[in-house]
Design a protein around this ligand. Structure first.
Ligand SMILES: [Cu+2]
Length: 134
């Protein structure tokens, strides 16, 4: 079940004003993306998503590489084991989602072509990983 995308005012205040504005922008982008994706969500489909799991720990992805088949919907469960907020993001896969400290979110992607799709923590750019589609 996807975690609620809405952060409380209290949480945002605790993170601090600079981060607060950053998160606000990213949250807006995420909401717009979700709205655009909505029409597809209600459609029943035999196309079961492939679920993959990844954790963010000590500012690293574990594992740093995920493997997935091409052309299938992929649900990536992202667990943040760190003490600070992260944002799972991939320009190549067109996703970004806030992952609260200690929290877990699910992002859905559908890579159509074989490749090495980069993803990263947009709040800590040293935290890099790849979705490998053979
Ligand atoms: Cu971002």
């Amino acid at each position: 079940m996807p975690a609620p995308a809405v952060m409380t005012e209290e949480k945002l205040t605790r993170i601090g004003p600079r981060m607060n504005r950053r998160i606000g922008l990213h949250l807006l982008a995420s909401i717009l993306f979700v709205s655009a994706a909505m029409p597809g969500l209600g459609v029943a489909s035999a196309d079961e998503p492939v679920t993959l799991s990844i954790a963010i720990k000590d500012q690293k992805f574990e594992p740093a590489e995920l493997h997935a088949p091409a052309g299938k919907q992929i649900a990536i469960r992202v667990k943040n084991l760190g003490a600070i907020v992260s944002e799972f993001e991939s320009s190549a896969l067109h996703v970004e989602k806030i992952v609260p400290a200690g929290g877990e979110v699910v992002v859905y992607v559908r890579p159509q072509q074989p490749g090495r799709y980069n993803f990263f923590d947009d709040f800590h750019h040293d935290t890099q990983g790849f979705l490998v589609v053979p």
